[in-house]
Every structure is written in structure tokens, then in C-alpha cells.
Ligand binder design. Sequence first.
Ligand code: AHG
Ligand code: MN
Ligand code: MN
Length: 355
Amino acid sequence: MQFGRTTLSKFVIEQTRGQHSEMGALLIDVAAAVKTISAMVGKGALSGFSGALESTNVQGEVQKKLDVLTNEAMLRHCEWGGQLAGMASEEMDEPYRIPEKYPRGRYLLIFDPLDGSSNSDVNVSVGTIFSILQRDEAGDAEAADYLQPGHRQLAAGYAIYGPATMLVLTVGTGTHGFTLDRESGNFQLTHPDIKVPEDTREFAINTSNERFWEPPVQRYVEECKAGKTGVRGADFNMRWIASMVAEVHRILMRGGIFMYPKDNKDPAKPGRLRLMYEANPMAMLIAQAGGAASTGRQRIVDVAPEALHQRVPVILGSKNEVERVERYHHEYDTGADRPFVSPLFSDRSLFRDPA
Ligand code: AHG
Ligand code: MN
Ligand code: MN
């Protein structure tokens, strides 16, 4: 145990002093929720909470007992303090109204209480992701208050429940990592001012979806796989944990690119990950660490949300690789990646033969 380290509480109070001190108090409650969840998931099969429920969430996904319990933990720890106008989560169809007995504030807390929950029964790292927005004044939030683009986030973070529990946080002044000291119960600042290397030779994508991807993503991954023998002239390594928090954490620690791109597997879903409580908070954390986060066609944080649970393509990580994938999308959209096909007869041409 070290006495000299900065605790999460000290960091948050110092960073939010003044205009956003109420948000500081909220972040300390989020950290308390995360400690509860860490203890819960850390028990593994001994907790008796493993397995699925009969219920499905708004996205039609089978809920796990832990999805519901971790959602409750977030609500109970954060509802009472008077900082919030409301909360929304992956596991609740509609936003949560703060109970009458508690005061209201102006902040909005949006979260994925247990990301990667399909991994919880196999003892792989899972996490909690959260985003904080605000409305103009204190009071009960309307559904429309939540629909703000990611660049309006005041704070974002995730907890990762791995061999160590960590909380990685930004309040707009860099991305900082805290490790839970299980003896003292404190989060200690262990990774100040994390920076994502601009270049990488490591990519992460679920290649079982390859045939459903758009051509620019197929092109990028093909080139990575061709390694030294292809246009990249360098070998690439691949990782896929199927737990976004673990994936993003690895990228913050050593660089890389993570993609859950648009695919045509289910035309009703323009991606797998959810904008408000997965993509936006991770995009802010990555940007604050010097990386980039894109849909392939625009910055994730510039996507104007239309619905709380909407999905979005996600391409994030080391800046130069994300920009390359964006360029491939642009070249595809303009036909520049097919220089030998006359634009008059490309599949986006007005003159395309309808047959
Ligand atoms: P959740 O458990 O909150 O539904 O999210 C899981 C997400 C994310 O963690 C991961 O990147 C992705 O789902 C994995 O999806 P596939 O199983 O389709 O690869
Ligand atoms: Mn998730
Ligand atoms: Mn989840």
C-alpha cells in the first residue's frame, strides 16, 4: 500500500471544483457503484448470480442476472445525491425517473452496467461504461434531454473488472486510470494522462462477420492480414476478446485499432454497439488520450442521436490507423478506390443500368 498516491476522490474533487463540483460528487457515487459491482462479479460462480433470465432487454437480448443486478447497483448508488435529472441504461427501455423522495439536479447519467456480459460466465474481463451529460437546469429529465451528441459529454469512463479492477476516467482534462486497492478500498491514480500511440500493428475485429462488412473495411483487414507481403509492408497481429471494455483498455495501454463496423447482417442495425452508452463514452476517452473514434464517415461524437438505444458503427484507437480506415471509406464513397471503372458506370452513378 502506498500513502503518496492520489485517490480517485481527491482527483475528482480537484478536477471538478467550481462549476461542476456536483458532478464530482456524482462521480464518487459512480465509483462506489463500481466497487459494489467489482465485488459482485469477482465472486464468479460463488455468487449464485451466474446464468440467464427469462427476460430480454429493449434490444431483444437475453438478460443475464448480472445485467439486472449491476443495473440496480448503479441506480441505487447514484439516485439519492441530488445531482441527477435522470438516468438511462442499456438494461432499461425508458429513462429512469429519480424517486420523489430525492432532490433533482441537472446531470444525466447514461450507462452500460455490464459490458461484455456474455463473457461473465467464462471469467473473462467485463466492465461498466458511463457517460455524463447535462441539461440547462435542475429538474426531471425529458426523453429528449438525453439525445445530445457525444461532444457535449462532460465526463465519461469505464470500469474494467479484470485481474485488477480499474476505473478509467475523463472529465475533459486527459484520460486517467485508477486501480482499486482491494485492501484499502480506494481507487489510486496509477495511470495518469494515458496516451494512445499514433501508430499500431494490432487490430481487433470479429472476422466472423467479414462477408457482411462494407468494402473499405474488407480492404483494410485484407491489407493487415497480407502483412509484409502486401501494401502495408508490415505484419499485423490480431486480438478479439468480445468485451469492448477489455478491447479499449488494451488500446489505451499499448495502442491498436478496434472495429465494430457497419455491416449488412441485419439491415435494421447499422452496427452492433450502442451510441449513447458504449460508443460515445469510449470515443471521448480515446480522444482525450490522443486517439480517434469514427463511424468511418464522421466522428462518433458528432453523430446526432435519434434514439436512446440506437446503434452506430465504431472504429477507434490509434489515430493514423483510424484515419486510414476513414480514408478507405471516403475512397469507396467517391469511387476513388476503383480507378479503372469509369465513374459514369459505377454503382453510385446516375447512369447505372437498372438491370
Ligand atoms: P453487451 O454485453 O453490453 O451487450 O455488449 C457486448 C458488446 C461488446 O462488449 C463487444 O465488443 C461486442 O458486444 C461483442 O459482440 P460479438 O459477440 O457480436 O462479437
Ligand atoms: Mn455493452
Ligand atoms: Mn451490457
